[in-house]
Design a protein around this ligand. Structure first.
Ligand SMILES: C[S@@+](CC[C@H](N)C(=O)[O-])C[C@H]1O[C@@H](n2cnc3c(N)ncnc32)[C@H](O)[C@@H]1O
Ligand code: SF4
Length: 397
């Protein structure tokens, strides 16, 4: 990495945009598989041997910490799958293992993803006692017919009850909704979103439904049995999302994530500001900075095979590669331009070894899709966000 990068990092620290270090822990089990989902999640009918998983998580944490010692974690994130199926003692044991190997920032954010089906107050109090201070709930819709169509096992009332328990138990909480669902109208979405915001804390994730390859939804879609909104309707739904959230003080800080000032998810910021993160557990991805090189890691996705690998050799990685400067610069661009704050052009140049092409920036700026700031940042405009993929592809080319 260029000498300029540590200097750029100092400047970022001063500006409050330093990404820091986070730990991602993947729990790969769910009660059932939702037909739209392509996350690494598996349904098992036999009980999960959580003690065995704890030993394997601890081994992978130790192996990763041996490569990147001395880090201070600003965030720990239990994602899934459905981490709220873990016993609170399992979460506590994994947090203990992390704290044995890395230091934790005094205000470390510890998030756990929860599915409303598995939420009950006692279990949530157990997570809180174990050290979790933020929960992210998969509400998905506040409409029972839509929840059934998404294959969810909970009703809107159950999801809202889970939100109330989250609010009563944790200092911070967020929930996810999926929009651009089959048959959804702009008027219905505006109403649903306003009802959701009335129950929201300082953060909301609002995802447009994507048809992921090799899911049951993809099969239905290909057979013409699942009509997703056309491009114009999808655009109108996106615009309504920005409009309603802006009016309620929850602007987008990332293309699908909204927060009140200070409510941004620190873990997400580690990714999008292209910080360093350890990926622990089946299918988890990491980015590790070792001796001036940046490594991209990914672990075996199948839970039982991952266990066998960790038990045999101390880690479950199946990918462990160094990234070239160009690959790092592309990733920085791809991640950073999702954020409303955009990227620091000097940092891009330090990572890439050359600046972003000024004529491409000028062309996109001319079209009103990006803008540069006095502080030397490049960011996508409100008009550019709906075309983000094309903007990034143009700049990275
Ligand atoms: C990994 S899931 C974990 C949440 C938890 N398992 C649940 O479902 O409640 C994270 C979020 O991704 C979103 N998501 C998953 N698949 C999606 C898709 N195909 N399109 C849009 N959003 C999706 C959902 O909002 C979900 O809450
Ligand atoms: S519960 Fe969440 S992670 Fe599991 S299949 Fe459904 S959306 Fe995917």
């Amino acid at each position: 990495m260029a000498l300029a990068e540590p200097l750029a990092r100092d400047a970022r620290k001063r500006a409050g945009t330093d990404a820091g270090f986070g730990v991602y822990v993947h729990w790969p089990f769910c009660l059932s598989k939702c037909p739209y989902c392509d996350f690494n999640s598996h349904v098992r009918h036999a009980a999960i041997d959580e003690a065995r998983f704890v030993r394997a998580f601890a081994a992978e944490i130790a192996a990763t910490a041996a490569r990147i010692p001395g880090r201070e974690a600003v965030s720990i994130f239990f994602g899934g799958g459905t981490p709220s199926l873990m016993q609170p003692s399992t979460v506590g044991a994994i947090l203990d293992a992390i704290a044995r190997h890395w230091s934790l920032a005094p205000d470390v954010e510890v998030t756990l993803e929860a599915n409303p089906t598995s939420v009950e107050a006692t279990r949530f109090r157990g997570y809180r006692a174990a050290g979790v201070n933020r929960v992210s709930l998969g509400v998905q819709a506040l409409d029972d017919a839509a929840l059934a169509a998404l294959g969810r096992l909970h009703s809107a009332a159950e999801a809202l009850a889970a939100v109330s328990i989250a609010r009563a138990t944790f200092p911070r909480y967020s929930f996810d909704l999926i929009y651009a669902r089959p048959g959804q109208t702009v008027a219905a979405w505006r109403d649903e979103l306003a009802r959701a915001i009335a129950q929201a804390g300082d953060h909301l994730s609002l995802y447009q439904l994507t048809i992921e390859p090799d899911t049951p939804f993809a099969t239905l879609h290909a057979a013409g049995k699942l009509a997703t909104p056309d491009d114009d309707t999808a655009r109108a739904l996106y615009d309504a999302t920005q409009d309603v959230c802006d009016a309620h003080g929850l602007p987008a800080y990332e293309i699908s994530n909204h927060a009140r000032p200070g409510g941004q998810c620190r873990h997400n910021l580690v990714y999008w500001r292209y910080g360093e993160y350890a990926g622990i557990g089946p299918g988890a991805h990491g980015r590790l900075d070792v001796n001036g090189r940046r490594y991209a890691t990914a672990a075996e996705k199948n839970p039982e095979q991952w266990l066998a690998l960790v038990e045999a050799r101390g880690h479950g990685l199946t990918v462990d590669e160094t990234l070239t400067r160009t690959e790092q610069a592309d990733e920085l661009l791809l991640m950073g331009l999702r954020l409303a704050e955009g990227i620091e052009l000097a940092r891009y140049a330090a990572v890439a070894g050359k600046p972003l092409d000024p004529s491409r920036i000028a062309d996109l700026a001319q079209g009103g899709l990006v803008e540069t700031t006095r502080e030397g940042r490049l960011r996508v405009t409100a008009a550019g966000f709906p075309l983000l993929d094309a903007v990034v592809a143009d700049l990275a080319a």
